[in-house]
Design a protein around this ligand. Structure first.
Ligand code: SAM
Length: 277
């Protein structure tokens, strides 16, 4: 089946009166070639299930549908629903639109099998959802990959390596049992209206979870260590019972600071503390 001919996105927006709302963090993408490149990041989506958060007028949604995906899209701005209904009609049986706040909807209730998550979201919502998706105790998660637009500075924190100022809790969370990479930089001028800063798309796939590490324990350790990132570990981990003994047992110098520890070292500390409990 050939793709349906769709009206240009700018025309859809004008026809439905979809002026970008600042309160909803709306910055739209119109360049269909760029959107197709973004939809290609997860790999072939032919007949795969995709959860798109924040479809807005549906630019990225179209690209996902063109890639053959079965899309479930959650959008909280009612004004966008008529434009999305047109897309539903153009791709019968391939698009399901849910009106609501993605922060309040558990995606596990929407799918029976695996699904890919793709989103271009406002910064605060994107980060909250991202950390939630990475924080489940159960691993591997039901999602097969995450393809998410962030401010470039946040993307750099997600993929950061030790001994850099960008390295912190977000990097450890994103890397200890997942593979996170910067898939594409997106210039601010690609958006309407253009945001103040550059953006970048991060692609994350689940990896193997190290045995015997509780997510909650890893969070406690990274919270303590990076909560006072300028201090030595012997000071910043004082509040985590048993942590100083574990550092000694593992041969990690307590005079080091959080940002010098590799992800594997954080995992080793959390593993030893989980075992002690
Ligand atoms: N995907 C479109 C694009 O790339 O052009 C729109 C992107 S715009 C940056 C973000 C979209 O997310 C807006 O349509 C906004 O209404 C929606 N949104 C913001 N917060 C949301 C939330 N908590 N749940 C669902 N959608 C949300």
């Amino acid at each position: 089946m050939s793709d349906p001919v769709l009206p240009p996105l700018r025309e859809v927006i004008a026809r439905h009166g979809l002026s970008a709302s600042k309160a909803l963090g709306q910055n739209f993408l119109f360049d269909e070639q760029l959107l197709d490149r973004i939809a290609a990041i997860p790999g072939s989506l032919q007949d795969r299930h995709v959860l798109e958060i924040g479809p807005g007028p549906g630019g990225l949604t179209r690209a996902l549908l063109r890639a053959g995906a079965n899309v479930t899209a959650i959008e909280m701005d009612r004004r966008c629903l008529p434009a999305l209904a047109e897309l539903e009609a153009a791709f019968p049986g391939k698009l399901r639109v849910i009106e609501g706040d993605a922060l309040k909807i558990d995606p596990a209730t929407l799918f029976e099998g695996p699904y890919h998550i793709v989103a271009n979201l406002p910064y605060n919502v994107g980060t909250a959802l991202f950390t939630g998706w990475l924080s489940g105790e159960a691993w591997p998660p039901q999602w097969a990959s995450l393809t998410l637009m962030f401010q470039e500075e946040v993307a750099r924190r997600i993929i950061a390596e030790p001994d850099t100022s960008a390295y912190g809790r977000l990097a450890v969370l994103a890397q200890w049992r997942s593979h996170a990479k910067l898939a594409m930089k997106v210039h601010r001028s690609a958006f309407t209206p253009p945001p103040k800063v550059m953006s970048a798309i991060v692609h994350v796939t689940p990896g193997a979870a190290p045995a015997g590490v509780s997510m909650r324990m890893l969070e406690r350790v990274t919270e303590g260590a990076f909560g006072q990132r300028r201090k030595m570990l012997r000071q910043s981990l004082k509040g985590v019972p048993g942590a100083l003994d574990v550092l000694e047992a593992l041969g990690i110098d307590p005079q080091r600071r959080a940002e010098t520890l590799s992800v594997a070292e954080f995992v080793a500390v959390a593993e030893a503390l989980t075992r002690k409990k």
